[in-house]
Design a binder for this molecule. Structure first.
Ligand code: E4P
Length: 217
């Protein structure tokens, strides 16, 4: 399973990239706004840090506008993945861009029907938002299972990128289902390390080791 990080905070990205755990990055207009920086600068810095796919979202909502913005975004670096919304214009742009050799991430997916359309449009990634579905009383992970089943039935190459991840159980359930990618907020990615028995066990080992008076290096 690939791990992307869902942030435009370049300091966080650099720190996580050093761990070797990052396969890519996703951003969205809200995350760019939170960074307080120009999108072109942020995406360029992220692309220079992480060689995998880096999603940069268009702000236009019409087909021609999306293509114009995609041209600018794609010029930043080869690993830019153009992110488009799951709308008729967004999927038309997705079809055009993937035919032209671009990677495209179709975002704001909330139903299996939408995911089917995105795959037929040639999307590289489909981003179902599990946390936002949970927020309105629907089980986001059921949507992931449905999409994976549909894609497997027809051999679609589109990768399921689990988005709007809120906690480790989302990550583990996505991995058990065989989702291709999860994009994690930095705090969720870091939380995957945690277990109280690891902390307790390490403290006990270190206490016993101190009693030996030895040093390894
Ligand atoms: C995905 O690409 C989105 O940027 C993101 O996962 C949205 O998550 P949120 O629901 O926490 O805003």
């Amino acid at each position: 399973m690939k791990f992307f990080v869902d942030t435009a905070d370049t300091a966080e990205i650099k720190s996580l990239a050093a761990s070797g755990l990052l396969d890519g990055v996703t951003t969205n207009p809200s995350l760019i706004a939170k960074s307080g920086r120009r999108i072109l600068d942020v995406i360029a810095e992220i692309c220079a840090t992480v060689p995998g796919p880096v999603s940069a979202e268009v702000a236009a909502t019409d087909y021609d506008g999306m293509l114009a913005e995609a041209r600018v975004l794609r010029r930043i670096a080869k690993n830019v993945t153009v992110k488009v919304p799951l709308t008729p214009d967004g999927l038309r742009a997705c079809h055009h861009l993937t035919q032209d050799g671009a990677m495209v991430n179709v975002t704001l997916c909330f139903s299996a029907a939408q995911a089917l359309l995105a795959a037929k449009s040639g999307a590289t990634f489909i981003s179902p938002f599990v946390g936002r579905l949970d927020d309105v009383g629907q089980d986001g992970m059921v949507l992931i299972a449905d999409i994976l089943q549909i894609y497997r039935n027809y051999g679609f190459k589109t990768e399921v990128l689990v988005a709007s991840v809120r906690h480790p159980i989302h990550v583990i359930t996505a991995a058990k289902l065989g989702a291709h990618v999860a994009t994690l907020p930095p705090a969720v990615l870091r939380s995957l390390f945690n277990h109280p028995l690891t902390d307790k066990g390490l403290a006990a080992f270190l206490a016993d080791w101190a009693k030996t008076g030895q040093q390894i290096a």
